[in-house]
Design a protein around this ligand. Structure first.
Ligand code: PHE
Length: 356
């Protein structure tokens, strides 16, 4: 019995996997295993002998079974350890870098402009980029023969023969949104209209598509003084520093009187700095809304008056963020976008800051 015990306990200790363990179990304590054979011998023994050998054989059987169970769970533990080692994952490692998109300077500046003017009570209005020539010109007091219609290098929509719809153009400015807003809301009104505009022009400072923001404020007693205050407040908030403005008499068919507005700047070493120095930079057109324009918008010019302005957004982005070439804005060059773009989740707000 000692030989048997030693033989099987050793074999079990040396077993390398569960299959050989099972073989050992059958050979030792299976129905026809060696321990069972020994038990059969008990019948041939004297009662005294049997009383000694019986319990011993049972104990041996228990011992082998216990050794088998212990070895089995040891093998399982070892297998699990192996797996844990192989499948181990360091969750403290930094993640792989992933490419992130950026916000285009035009979108950024549109958000900034909107945040500032919304705080002054202007809401955002929109109009179509494909506009009738009535909204783009006639309603704005630009008659058919007016040079502005050709001066503006208008893109006309091609019309098929028999098309009786009014002629359409790609809007040359955001001013038609003045008319649409007046028709929709009536007076009083305070809106801005940022968006794309189109003119057939292409050089270092002109692209055939660019962006403007229109401003319109109409009430009983709005004057040029209100316009000047709004613009000075706006520029100072936008550039993050006090900016002086200069109003120059000008002419637009849709405003009377009209003024072009310059902002204070310095020119040093080829770079423009806004809000310092004694140079001036033209940034927008403005004036008191012409009575005929109020009428076209369905507003009584004897009762209401107000100002309007139109400003180039791309120009503002170039000035604020030191971007030299306008054409690069619309080249979709990833290197340019990554360099001049803004963090996607960093939305400009008055309380969070407007200056990146
Ligand atoms: N629409 C004019 C332009 O594109 C700008 C402007 C807007 C001027 C409103 C006066 C009033 O040049």
């Amino acid at each position: 019995m000692d030989d048997l015990r030693e033989k099987y306990l050793n074999a079990i200790a040396g077993a390398g996997d569960e299959a050989s363990l099972e073989e050992l179990r059958v050979a030792a304590v299976g129905k026809k295993g060696e321990v069972a054979l020994q038990m059969r011998e008990l019948g041939k023994m004297s009662p005294e002998e049997r009383q000694v050998m019986g319990p011993k054989l049972n104990a041996l059987k228990d011992e082998i079974n216990a050794a088998l169970a212990a070895k089995k769970s040891a093998l399982e533990d070892a297998a699990l350890d192996e797996r844990l080692k192989a499948e181990w994952l360091d969750v403290t490692l930094p993640p792989r870098p992933s490419q992130q998109g950026t916000i285009h300077p035009v979108s950024q500046v549109t958000e900034e402009v909107t945040a500032i003017l919304a705080d002054m009570g202007f809401s955002v209005a929109e109009g179509p980029q494909i506009e009738t020539d009535w909204y783009n010109f006639d309603a704005l007091n630009i008659p058919g023969h007016h040079p502005a219609r050709t001066e503006m290098d208008t893109f006309y929509m091609h019309r098929l023969e028999g098309d009786n719809r009014p002629p359409h153009v790609l809007r040359t400015h955001t001013s038609p949104v003045q008319i649409r807003s007046m028709q929709k809301q009536g007076a009083p009104i305070r809106v801005i209209a940022p968006g794309r505009v189109y003119r057939a022009d292409y050089d270092q400072t002109h692209t055939p598509m660019f962006h403007q923001v229109e401003g319109l404020a109409i009430d009983k007693d709005i004057s040029m003084a209100n316009l000047k205050w709004v613009l000075e407040e706006f520029f100072s908030a936008f550039f993050g520093t006090k900016v002086k403005t200069r109003f120059r008499a000008s002419h637009f068919p849709f405003t009377e009187p009209s003024a072009e507005v310059d902002i204070q700047c310095s020119w040093e070493g080829g770079t423009v700095k806004v809000g310092e120095g004694d140079g001036w930079l033209e940034v927008l057109g403005s004036g008191m809304v012409h009575p005929k324009v109020l009428e076209a918008g369905g507003i009584d010019p004897d009762e209401w008056q107000g100002f309007a302005f139109g400003m180039g957004i791309d120009r503002m982005a170039m000035l604020k963020y030191g971007i030299p070439d306008l054409r690069a804005f619309f080249d979709s060059d990833l290197r340019w976008l990554r360099h001049y773009g803004f963090a996607a989740l960093d939305v400009p707000t008055l309380h969070g800051g407007l200056n990146r």
